[in-house]
Design a protein around this ligand. Structure first.
Ligand code: SME
Length: 163
C-alpha cells in the first residue's frame, strides 16, 4: 500500500484500489488538504430524482438535493461543470455552510450515465480559476477511470439505461 502521507498526485491516490466510495472519500480529503482556501469538498450521488450526500470533507451538509435544484442539481441536470464566482448571486443556491462564497460543481458521467457530482466550496469569492477547473475535472476523470463506478447502482437508484 502507498504511503498516504506522501501522496502528491491523484493517480497515486487511487493505486491498487477500485472501490468507488473509498477512492471518492480519499479524493475529497486530498482536495481539501492540497488546495488552499476551501471549506467543503464532497460527493452527491444520484438516487432517483434526487442527489444524496456521499463522502465529503467539511461541515455536515444538506443530505438530499432534488435534481435541478441548487448548484449541484443544476450541474447534474445540465451534465456540465458550473463555476460560481459568488454563491449569493446564483438563483436557488443551497447554503449548507454559511462560510461558502464561491463554488464549483463537476458532474460525474460515465458511458452516458449520470452518477452524481463532485462539489467544492470556498470561503472566498471567485476562488476557482480556469486552470483549477481543468485540474478538478481531471481529478474526477481519474477517479472514474480508476474505480468501479457502475457498482454505485447496486446501492443508489441510478438509471443505468439512460442515453
Ligand atoms: N451549495 C450546494 C449545496 C451543497 S453544499 O454546498 C455542500 C448547492 O447549491 O447545490
Amino acid at each position: 500500500m502507498q504511503d498516504l502521507n506522501n501522496i502528491n498526485t491523484v493517480a497515486t491516490l487511487f493505486e491498487g484500489e477500485r472501490n468507488f466510495i473509498a477512492n471518492a472519500s480519499n479524493l475529497s480529503s486530498f482536495i481539501i488538504h492540497t488546495i488552499p482556501n476551501l471549506n467543503w469538498a464532497g460527493f452527491y450521488f444520484v438516487d432517483g430524482d434526487e442527489l444524496i450526500l456521499g463522502p465529503f470533507n467539511g461541515k455536515p451538509a444538506c443530505i438530499r438535493i432534488v435534481l435541478g435544484n441548487g448548484v449541484c442539481g443544476t450541474a447534474a441536470n445540465n451534465r456540465e461543470t458550473i463555476v460560481v464566482e459568488n454563491v449569493h448571486a446564483f438563483p436557488g443556491h443551497i447554503a449548507c455552510d454559511a462560510a461558502s462564497q464561491s463554488e464549483i460543481v463537476i458532474p460525474i458521467v460515465h458511458e452516458g450515465i449520470l452518477y452524481g457530482v463532485f462539489d467544492i466550496d470556498s470561503p472566498i469569492l471567485n476562488r476557482f480559476s480556469d486552470a483549477e477547473r481543468e485540474y478538478l475535472e481531471n481529478c474526477v476523470s481519474a477517479l472514474v477511470r480508476s474505480s468501479d463506478i457502475r457498482k454505485l447502482s447496486l446501492y443508489y437508484s441510478i438509471d443505468t439505461n439512460q442515453k
